[in-house]
Design a protein around this ligand. Structure first.
Ligand code: HEC
Ligand code: HEC
Ligand code: HEC
Ligand code: HEC
Ligand code: HEC
Length: 387
């Protein structure tokens, strides 16, 4: 039976869960029954209203406990351990308490929390199951876009929107000569798990948009998969792949493809659209390295494990330069290099970009490749890629 969130199934589930909680044996039996029960099945297309659901379900707790949202040991929750408190601006997304304060769900005035928030919090039940969340009707993105929301999407869109937008880059490079290294420029990091920003595409404005180019807007996909929780089970966060098979034929989500053209010039239509995104991203990355060496004169090295990710290799020995034992952060950014690198990092910051908005990701990569091709004297025709 599909587990649609109807009043009937919910109240039955809550009743059995409540009964189960009364006896430990019953609880285990209920958990076993829950595990054996239907896996995540495509729910109605939303809006989802968890703020109206009482929190009592053993299965939800178990799934949540195993998820990234509950992983109290993750860097995303431990980063502030040494400070013993989370800076207000960071706490909005890195602690349920900070999130509630930001939206005024705890009775405080909405906005960035007034004081630091204690460490130790995660994305707890009360982040999404909160009576007051239903009154949050719009979310502001880093681009300035104010997007209307219903139900729990308000929560997902608050935290998975990233921290920068194309306009952040535009402002930084404004007015400086496009191929001259500018010591005032720093790498602009879009932050992490930026799914909601990718999903809104050109309308969300997360990417650097090149002059004279149009960008695909929000990826509407198809009605039953139009919101975060129609694909992600909200507690385990896993993608309910069985539901994709209603419309797609594939082994895994990563193998899904509809496009009948090859964006990466491989001509291979037997692979998922993700493969085209990955190869164009790899092509762009190679061009970023070539541009750094040939045009700025300071080769760059990327280290995905170490903020701010881009380091200098001025002597070209393929190792990060060090000064007083510390790695030298890349400092030869030109506007052209910065905007292409920003787009590259943005596409990579959302491992689900291929499902959230494949066309937007492909456009950002294509335009960035084209931008670097000029000074590298590479003919776009020879690359054989499509936008
Ligand atoms: C708009 C919401 C938001 C804000 C504001 C925010 N973050 Fe994050 N941050 C996230 C999300 C979502 C992740 C999870 C990425 C993942 O690990 O999947 C994350 C991940 C991180 C990580 C882990 C990165 C890694 O490599 O695992 C660090 C460190 C971090 N943020 C630092 C900060 C700091 C410092 C601030 C404040 C200056 C901040 N964040 C503000 C949403 C936010
Ligand atoms: C990231 C947001 C989020 C968090 C955190 C979260 N929930 Fe949920 N929860 C939802 C959404 C969305 C639904 C509606 C699901 C649907 O329509 O299928 C839901 C539904 C439920 C239900 C109804 C039955 C079901 O499983 O669909 C229960 C019970 C529940 N949650 C309990 C909890 C508990 C207990 C916690 C903490 C351990 C928790 N939730 C944490 C978003 C969340
Ligand atoms: C209060 C901020 C916050 C809210 C609200 C929130 N998330 Fe997250 N989410 C995070 C952080 C932080 C991480 C990374 C945690 C970690 O690294 O362990 C994350 C991780 C994830 C992941 C990655 C799982 C993985 O295995 O890496 C998914 C998927 C996700 N969230 C989806 C959602 C959806 C869908 C919603 C809305 C129902 C939502 N999130 C609401 C902050 C939030
Ligand atoms: C069409 C289905 C679909 C929709 C709608 C959707 N996602 Fe995803 N999401 C996916 C798939 C598929 C992946 C990639 C899983 C993989 O390849 O491992 C993913 C990956 C993610 C990740 C990264 C997980 C990781 O492993 O680091 C996050 C975070 C995330 N989604 C959040 C969201 C949020 C927030 C929304 C709503 C704005 C959303 N998703 C909407 C299908 C979807
Ligand atoms: C109700 C039917 C339906 C369901 C269910 C569905 N999709 Fe789709 N999907 C589509 C349609 C239609 C398109 C083409 C949309 C467009 O181009 O605007 C598409 C496009 C895609 C694409 C881009 C493929 C390409 O080559 O352009 C990906 C990736 C994708 N879906 C992933 C998923 C995943 C993952 C799920 C399950 C979580 C899912 N879809 C569930 C109908 C569906």
């Amino acid at each position: 039976m599909p587990r649609h969130l109807t009043t009937l199934t919910t109240s039955t589930a809550l009743l059995t869960a409540a009964l189960a909680l009364c006896s430990p044996v019953g609880a285990r039996a209920q958990e076993a029954a829950d595990d054996a029960a239907t896996p995540f099945v495509l729910p109605d297309a939303g809006p989802f209203n968890p703020e109206k659901i009482e929190i009592r379900n053993a299965e939800a707790i178990t799934n949540w406990y195993r998820s990234a949202h509950a992983d109290a040991a993750a860097e995303a929750f431990r980063h502030w351990d040494e400070d013993e408190e989370i800076r207000p601006v960071c706490a909005v997304c890195h602690s349920g308490e900070g999130f509630r304060s930001f939206h005024g769900l705890d009775g405080s005035a909405p906005g960035i929390p007034e004081a630091p928030v204690p460490t130790g919090g995660v994305v707890d039940c009360g982040t999404c199951h909160n009576e007051a969340l239903g009154s949050v009707t719009e979310i502001t993105f880093p681009s300035g876009l104010v997007h209307p929301v219903e139900g729990v999407e308000a929560a997902c869109l608050t935290c998975h929107q990233g921290r920068t937008a194309g306009i952040t880059v535009e402002k930084a490079i404004d007015g400086s000569a496009v191929d001259s290294p500018n010591p005032d420029l720093r790498f602009i990091n879009p932050h992490y798990a930026t799914a909601a920003a990718t999903w809104l595409g050109g309308y969300g404005g997360a990417g650097y948009h090149y002059d004279g180019r149009d960008y695909t807007g929000r990826f509407f996909h198809a009605r039953p998969v139009s919101s975060c929780n129609s694909c992600h089970e909200p507690h385990s966060l896993e993608v309910g792949f069985d539901s994709c098979l209603t419309c797609h034929e594939a082994e895994t989500p990563r193998d899904i493809r509809i496009a009948r053209q090859s964006y990466d010039g491989s001509g291979n239509l037997g692979v998922g659209i993700r493969s085209d995104i990955d190869s164009n991203a790899a092509l762009l990355f190679g061009m970023i390295e070539a541009y750094a060496s040939e045009v700025t004169g300071t080769p760059v090295i990327y280290d995905g494990q170490r903020y701010p990710y881009f380091f200098a290799d001025a002597n070209g020995d393929a190792a990060v330069d060090t000064a007083e034992g510390r790695p030298v952060v890349y400092g030869a950014w030109t506007p052209r290099l910065l905007r292409a690198t920003y787009n590259w990092k943005l596409v990579g910051a959302d491992p689900g970009a291929y499902a959230h908005n494949p066309y937007y990701a492909l456009e950002l990569l294509y335009d960035s490749i084209e931008d670097l091709a000029g000074p590298l004297q590479i003919e776009m025709d020879e690359l054989d890629i499509l936008r």
